[in-house]
Design a protein around this ligand. Structure first.
Ligand code: AOF
Ligand code: ZN
Length: 355
């Protein structure tokens, strides 16, 4: 039974991933309905505010002419028990006559938090919780942090030479990593609701900061421009590509510099308060892509994506110069999750370690 449960839950997790980028700030959820050892319906949460995974799976089974009575439902997150934008899934599951429900993880949402499980158990359904729980928690690490703290999940992405530089002394950085690594960055952008850089990156590279994958929702573009340098350039007639498709948020100490601009201007430059503000705007995740601002947000980082291109610069700009570690054993420590080779480049994925 255990192996079967894992197999179907694994399928549910794969289905959940199809909602990546579309469901934020809600969780990615997948569901599989099994009867007599056969999959009779599948579903996933496709888009924020739309039907939940469980309902999509039930409808899929019905469309295929199956009866869900006596079936088992595998779902990657505890079915909800509250009225949100959608009705409670637990009630529908009870009404549909499921015999057993297998849940990967409890919902950390304070309005659910075990109540969905209890409700189904009280109705006589056999409920098993914790199958592939670690995988489910990793899949929804963004949702878990945001729903429990209201502060966005912060990822820091860096592209370094093998000797640790983000640019040469004259700020040349295009390119350090190759095509495959840069394609991976697009995937990271899809996963996050906002991309954040410093004004220097905008002034130098004039990036679009959008997600160019075929299936990718629009992104918030967040700029930390303490002195209002971009505003000054705009009034001088310069054009920046990232304003083309809107959704720009600028944090600055000099809001007057911006005049009439197609952006939300916020007078704030403290990293913690910036994150809080983004959370209040409903943004659950921020991918920090600028080299130098990474250091200002280092102590708030939840995850690191460090790319290494096969180059040596000898001298140049380093990413974490705002740190000054005197003793090696006093340095911040990261916990490496994985190392991947992407074409000629490497990607080290890590979490902040205990230190
Ligand atoms: C989802 N998709 O497949 C499941 C969710 O406002 P609502 O009605 O969409 O409810 C959102 C909450 O419902 C969400 O925070 C989570 O706690 C729970 N389950 N949400 O968006 C789903 N199963
Ligand atoms: Zn639901």
């Amino acid at each position: 039974m255990m192996d079967e449960d894992k197999k179907f839950m694994h399928l549910a997790l794969e289905l959940a991933k199809r909602g990546e980028g579309w469901v934020n700030p809600n969780p990615m959820v997948g569901a599989v309905i099994v009867k007599d050892g056969e999959v009779i319906g599948v579903g996933w949460h496709r888009k924020f505010g739309e039907k939940h995974a469980e309902i999509n799976a039930i409808e899929d089974a019905k469309d295929r002419g199956h009866d869900t009575r006596g079936a088992t439902l595998y779902v990657t997150l505890e079915p909800c028990s509250h009225w949100g934008k959608q009705p409670p899934c637990a009630d529908r599951i009870i009404a549909e006559g499921f015999k057993r429900v297998v849940v990967a993880m409890k919902d950390p949402h304070s309005l659910v938090a075990g109540r969905g499980i209890e409700k189904m158990q009280r109705a006589g359904i056999e409920v098993d919780v914790g199958i592939l729980e670690e995988e489910a928690k990793k899949l929804n690490e963004i949702f878990i942090k945001y729903i429990t703290t209201k502060i966005p999940f912060v990822s820091i992405k860096l592209a370094l030479t093998l000797d640790g530089f983000i640019a040469t002394e004259s700020f040349s950085s295009q390119w350090i990593t190759g095509d495959k690594a840069r394609q991976k960055v697009q995937e990271l952008r899809r996963r996050h609701m906002a991309i954040m850089v410093g004004a220097g990156t905008i002034l130098r590279d004039n990036p679009k900061l959008n997600c160019r994958l075929p299936e990718c929702p629009p992104k918030y573009k967040v700029i930390l421009d303490r002195h209002g340098l971009i505003g000054e350039e705009l009034s001088g007639g310069r054009r920046f590509r990232l304003f083309n498709d809107g959704n720009v948020i600028i944090f600055t100490e000099n809001p007057e510099a911006f005049g009439e601009v197609n952006a939300t201007i916020v007078e704030e430059t403290d990293p913690e308060r910036i994150l809080r503000k983004l959370g209040e705007m409903g943004i659950d995740s921020v991918l920090i892509e600028g080299g130098r601002i990474a250091c200002q947000f280092l102590s708030y980082a939840d995850k690191f994506y460090i790319f290494y291109g096969p180059k040596l610069f000898g001298r140049g700009i380093k990413p974490f110069e705002c740190l000054s570690v005197k003793e090696a054993n006093e340095a911040p420590v990261l916990e490496i999750e994985s190392i991947e080779k992407l074409g000629e480049s490497l990607l080290v994925t890590a979490y902040p370690g205990d230190c």
